[in-house]
Design a protein. Sequence first.
Length: 371
Amino acid sequence: MSVIESSSRHQGPLVVAVLGLALLGIGCSAAQKQVAYSPHQLRAEVSPRVPVERAGEVLVPFEPTAAMVARAKKYTEGAATAYQRADMLVAAITAGHQFDVQWVPVVTTVARDTLSNGHGNCLSMTSLFVGLARGIGLDAYYVDASDRVNEIGREDELIVDNGHIAATVHTDRGWSLVDFTGELSEYRTFRVIDDVEALAHYYNNRGYERISLASLEGREVPWDEALSDFQLATYVLADFSRAQNNLGVAHARLGDDVAAEVAYRLAVSSDEEFAAPRHNLGNLSLRRGDPDRAVYWYTLAIKLQKNNPYAHYHLGLALNQAGDAEGSIKAFQRAIALKHDYAEPRNLLAVAYRRQGRMEEAERVRAPQHR
């Protein structure tokens, strides 16, 4: 597999890699199903799915201006092949003397705003590339590479899951992957998605961003705004499990556990391998005073995501409330093994040891800040 690296000033190398069609798993799907939409087509497709009062919020993340396309054509003139044109465009997007847009981890914007701001996250920069690539005659599509980023976003006891979006472009060398994070080697799977699903990712990422930025800045999270974004994501793509889960988180934080449960259960039914909504249903059960049901959901979550320390910790809480002292000790031990500085299970494990008269073990396991 040949790899071309284009110089850039953002964190990590920018990569254009030639990939086999089978690896991308798209086969002839682009010919069998509409994947790329014009801005007009996308609005026409999505608008009927959104409540009338929110029709004005339907965006086209990849839509460039005519001036942006003209610049892209200028920066890629002289390319002898489609592959060279794609690579020149990738380089131009981050080159200081051309588009000069840099990757940042948390800023979700449409293409024209990404260019105006001079930075954007993976989805923002991918949208910019997709729009410009199509504008200069290339076949470019969004790629969901969320399996590469299986991070746990911990919002107190609830889990918020966020995805990763890259692009693929078809050239004379076949299908190539464009990833603005420069972490190609960490990818495990790729899935080409249509523009409708990409738009759902846009709203989901924007909602997640509101939560993340507020948490980082130490201010109150605007859960009503995040809820609004997650709702838009689920309007656009009804079976989008990630957005359904996140919608449940927002409902729970706003005090509507009934709506949260509905959203979590929809996420469970949409994706049989998604651990987060099962974990979150465990949280709801625990809050409602039903530890046995919580154990059921946490156990399902752990089967899907064995190395999540928070799930093991919460399983320990549920087992303890259900009267299974030994089971809770094992769960706390596992949580600590996965996250050595995790204070909560350390403290509760110390309490459990003391109840059993295991004083030396209780002292050893106590969290560092309590020593």
